[in-house]
Design a protein around this ligand. Sequence first.
Ligand SMILES: Cc1cc2nc3c(=O)[nH]c(=O)nc-3n(C[C@H](O)[C@H](O)[C@H](O)COP(=O)(O)OP(=O)(O)OC[C@H]3O[C@@H](n4cnc5c(N)ncnc54)[C@H](O)[C@@H]3O)c2cc1C
Length: 420
Amino acid sequence: MTTTVDVIVLGTGSAAQSAAYPCREAGWNVAVVDYHPFGGTCQLRGCDPKKVLVGVSDLVDWSRRMQGKGASAPGLSLSWPDLIRFKRTFTDPVPEQTKRSFEQAGIITRHGRAHFVDRTSVQVGEEILVARQVVIATGACHADLGIAGEDLLTTSTQFLDLEELPRRIVFVGGGYIAFEFAHIAARAGAQVQVLHRGSRPLAKFDPDLVSMLVQASRELGIEVHVNRAVTAIERQGDHLLVHARTGAQVHTVEADLVVHAAGRTPEIDKLDLEVAGVAYGKEGVSVNEYLQSVTNPAVYAAGDAVASGGFPLPWVDLVIRHPEPTYRNGRPAWLHTPDRCVVQGRIVPPASSFIQLHLAQEGPAGTPVDQYLTKEDGAFELLAPQGAYLLRWWSPDERVIGERPVTLHTWRCEIDLPLA
Ligand SMILES: Cc1cc2nc3c(=O)[nH]c(=O)nc-3n(C[C@H](O)[C@H](O)[C@H](O)COP(=O)(O)OP(=O)(O)OC[C@H]3O[C@@H](n4cnc5c(N)ncnc54)[C@H](O)[C@@H]3O)c2cc1C
C-alpha cells in the first residue's frame, strides 16, 4: 500500500511535534511515524519522569535538612515503589493522549520503524509513505560502548521503571543523567558510585559549579571517580562486577545495578539515509541554518537527530535575584516582601533570525497571558511575581518556534533550556 502526504515526520517527540502541528495548521497533509509508544523521550523516558523523581527527592532532602530547624518529620524516607507508581501517573497516559491529539489535528499516525526507500519516501511495515518533504526527528539512543558485558547495563529508561531500587548502584559515565540519577538514588538510600572516564565530569557545564556539585555529591556519600574508564561488566552470582582502568591500574567494583550513563547518540543508523542521499556524521544529520539536509533539500532534521551542536535554538542566560532591597534603619528589608524576583538575562538568537522572548503566564482560564517582552540585543531585566511560566521565542513572522517551562521562585529558577 502507498500513502501520499505533503510531509512525513519521523518520530513523535518534542522535535517531531514542533514540525508536525505547524505543518498541519498550514493546511498540509502530515503523517507521523514512531516505533515506540507515541510521545518521545522527554515526556516518556527523559526530562518529565525524571523531574517527578527529582521533585520528590528534593522534598525529602529539604525536609531532612530542615530537621531541628522548625520542621519535624522524623524518619522521613523516600519510598521507591510509590515514587515509580506516582511517576507512571504522568507517563502512562502520554502515548494515548499524543496519538489522539495528532488524530484530532488531522495528522495521520503510523506505528512502526521507518526507513527511506528513496529521496522522499519511507517504508513502515508493508506500507510506503510518499511525501514532498520528510522531517527526521528520530532522537537519540544510548551509545554503544563496545565493552564486554554491555548487555548487563541498565539504561536510563529501565532505571526510571525499576520496581525496587538495588542497594549498590554504579553509573558508567559522569554526565547529567549520571549525576541526576545518582542524587535521586543516594537520597533513596542506595550506595552510589559514578565512574567517569575523563578528568572532569559534566565537561560541558561551568567548571566552578561542577566542582561544587561534585563536592556536594561526595558529602551526600556518592563516590565520584574520575579518570576511570569502564572496560567490562561481568555477572558473578547475584551481583555484577564492574572492571575499570586508570592508566595501567585496574579497579573492580561490585554492584547490584550498573547504569549506562555514558552518552547518547543520534538514532539515525537504521534509516537508510544513503538511499535518500542525506549526509550525516557521528553527531547526526548534517543540516544548514534552516535545519535542511545539506545534500537533500527535501529532507529536514530536528532535535537530537541533528548535528547542530544546539544550533539553531536560542541561547538564554538567566539570573534570578531578589529585588533590590529597600533599607529600613540601614538594614535590607526585602525579606519581608520576597514574592517577586528580578530576572535578568540575555537571549542570543541563532543567526539570521530575530527572536523575541516572552514570559507568558497561564491565565485563570488557561489562556496564556503574555507578560513580558524583550528586544534590543536580547538583553532584558524584569520584575516577575513568583510562579510557573512559559518562556517563548518567536520567529520574525510571529510564529512561536520554541517554548520551555520555567518556574520562578524568589530564591531560584527552575528552567529546562537546551544548552548552547
Ligand atoms: C533520562 C533523560 C533525562 C533527560 N532530561 C532532560 C532535561 O531535564 N532537560 C532537557 O532539555 N533534556 C533532557 N533530556 C534530553 C531530551 O529528552 C531530548 O533532548 C529530547 O527528548 C529529544 O527530543 P527529540 O524529539 O529530538 O527525540 P525523541 O523525543 O527521542 O523522539 C524520537 C522518536 O523517534 C522515534 N524513532 C527513532 N527512530 C525511528 C524510526 N526509524 N522510525 C520511527 N520512529 C523512530 C523514537 O522511537 C522516538 O520516540 C533527557 C534525556 C534523558 C534520556
